[in-house]
Design a protein around this ligand. Structure first.
Ligand code: 4G3
Length: 242
């Protein structure tokens, strides 16, 4: 996969992409990440990238010309998903991450100020994504979240591909409780079933814990989760207390 990122703050990406899973994926050439400075595509004397909104109002907008010039130069006219990170975008969830992970290539635009000239959204951008219902000072942190979530889904990026199936949200449920040594810490014991060596019982317990945890914390997720009729029956009797 190739990911291009268009930003006014290229240095922000140095730390996060130089560590952990993303660094390893880059080193193993599972992904190429190219950071581009939007200001390099502003051709006027002062290399201006922002301007006041027509009609008045607070703040500044990113201008259309540098964004079009940059995207056209970076893609070379090739058909590529061009994704704007914006609070107005469709909400990122694991399902959207899986969809993005199927692309061979994508270009992420990090908006700034109060937004971008709407002609960019209408005629340059193919998808708008939000990482949550809050405002950030720029799209950079949102782009890093998207890249991290997508890159860890590329084959070979994780130590063990098996862990993906067990992730929170992989089956629409939250992850079950987990424990490691010691067996007793400050008098708090690990649930005995996990020490039983009975793998069928362990799987059953974990599944039940996932469902109950989701019911209590995120009942909204249960509508879309893949549950058996029997599991639906088990939760239908229970309130969020049960
Ligand atoms: C306004 C993304 C602000 C318009 C970006 C970009 C939050 C998110 C910005 C625009 C952002 C998010 C930059 N804030 N929730 N700020 O994903 O195009």
């Amino acid at each position: 996969m190739r990911i291009d990122i268009l930003t006014l703050f290229p240095n922000m990406f140095v730390g996060p992409f130089g560590e952990s899973i993303t660094k390893r994926a880059i080193d193993r050439q599972l992904v190429t990440i190219a950071i581009h400075n939007l200001r390099d595509y502003a051709w006027d004397k002062h290399r201006i990238v922002d301007d006041y909104p027509y009609g008045g109002g607070p703040g500044m907008l990113l201008k259309a010309e540098p964004l079009f010039a940059a995207v056209e130069a970076i893609t070379g006219g090739e058909e590529t998903p061009v994704i704007l990170l914006t609070p107005q975008g469709r909400l990122l969830c694991q399902e959207v991450v899986e969809e993005l992970a199927t692309h061979e290539r994508m270009l992420l635009i990090c908006g700034h100020y109060e937004g971008v000239d709407d002609r960019v959204r209408q005629h340059l951008v193919s998808d708008e994504i939000s990482i949550g219902d809050y405002v950030l000072s720029g799209g950079e942190l949102a782009a890093m979240v998207v890249v991290d979530a997508v890159v860890r889904r590329l084959p070979g990026a994780l130590g063990s591909e098996a862990s993906v199936a067990e992730d929170s949200h992989s089956d629409g449920l939250l992850k079950y409780p987990q424990y490691t040594r010691p067996q007793v810490y400050r008098g708090w014991e690990v649930p005995p079933v996990l020490l039983s060596g009975n793998h069928a019982q362990i799987a059953k317990w974990r599944r039940e814990q996932s469902i109950l945890r989701t019911l209590r914390r995120r009942p909204d997720l249960l509508e879309k989760a893949k549950l058996t009729d029997k599991e639906r029956e088990m939760i239908s009797g229970r309130g969020i207390e049960g």
